[in-house]
Design a protein around this ligand. Structure first.
Ligand SMILES: [Zn+2]
Length: 271
């Protein structure tokens, strides 16, 4: 705008110039550790930060965590319950440091691409109770972004599966049935809409399959070991993908093949 260097001729003009030149800006959005540590997550934060350097990085959507070059990188986004989101990511880091890592996969079934998603869900089943016991609410387990995405994905997938059901009848255990179901079975989610989605799924899919997945998830949450190889083998057996195998060690003799239902060489049955 035009700013006169002459004497101002009226108070109004002076006011306009002052407003324009001194208009305060908002601070750019940024979280520091102090903004997202609260009495709820302080203990967990202290515990994790003693083991690894924590670096906060501003992201574009959602929250995430990864360990890279011995640093825990936590990507954040604006949230109404940022301390809960931070706690969730700290739990990912804590459990990874304790050995909760994706197993190596021998993939003859073309399922590798869904593994990161499934592994993330298994992590949630493993640490949800700890999150809840810290005093947070169920609804605060996922950030706002992820929660609305769950609903969108579930609606889309169920509609597609209903189309398949209408032509082919009851859908057998498969990864197509697993994906929406496991999204809906997130350990925090007791909402009415989710219950309705599950009911719709149960009308079109093999109910034994859902039962089997429930048992596998329960066993996984209860077991002490953080090795998810057997859990994945059981999940993929239920999905009729028998030729896929998993192991944490990376050694061939440790691979658990879904269709065998036992640890090869050692002959331990999954029952
Ligand atoms: Zn998570």
């Amino acid at each position: 705008m035009f700013v006169s260097v002459c004497f101002v001729s009226s108070i109004i003009e002076l006011a306009v110039i002052l407003t324009d030149s001194t208009m305060p800006r908002k601070k750019p959005f940024k979280y520091e550790i102090a903004d997202i540590v609260s009495e709820y997550n302080e203990e967990l934060y202290n515990d994790v930060k003693d083991k690894i350097t924590i670096k906060l990085v501003k992201g574009f959507q959602g929250w995430s965590a990864k360990i890279k070059n011995n640093e825990a990188i936590i990507t954040y986004n604006k949230s109404n319950y940022a301390d809960a989101c931070f706690a969730h990511e700290l739990l990912h880091i804590k459990y990874e440091l304790n050995g909760l890592q994706p197993p190596l996969i021998k993939d003859n079934e073309n399922v590798k691409n869904i593994m990161p998603f499934l592994f993330n869900q298994l992590c949630h089943h493993k640490f949800y109770q700890e999150f809840y016991d810290m005093g947070f609410n169920e609804e605060e387990f996922l950030n706002e972004n992820d929660a609305s995405e769950v609903d969108t994905i579930a609606k889309r997938d169920i509609r597609l599966l209903e189309g398949i059901f209408n032509t082919n009848g009851i859908i057998k255990g498969s990864t197509a049935l697993l994906l929406p179901y496991i999204v809906l079975k997130s350990p925090h989610d007791n909402s009415e809409t989710t219950k309705q989605h599950i009911e719709r799924l149960k009308k079109i899919g093999d109910n034994n399959f859902f039962q089997t997945i429930d048992t596998i998830l329960q066993d996984w949450a209860n077991q002490k070991s953080l090795d998810s190889s057997m859990t994945f083998a059981r999940i993929f057996k239920a999905c009729n993908c028998p030729r896929v195998g998993f192991c944490l060690s990376g050694k061939d003799e440790d691979v658990i093949v879904a269709g065998n239902g036992r640890i090869s060489l050692r002959g331990v049955s999954t029952a």
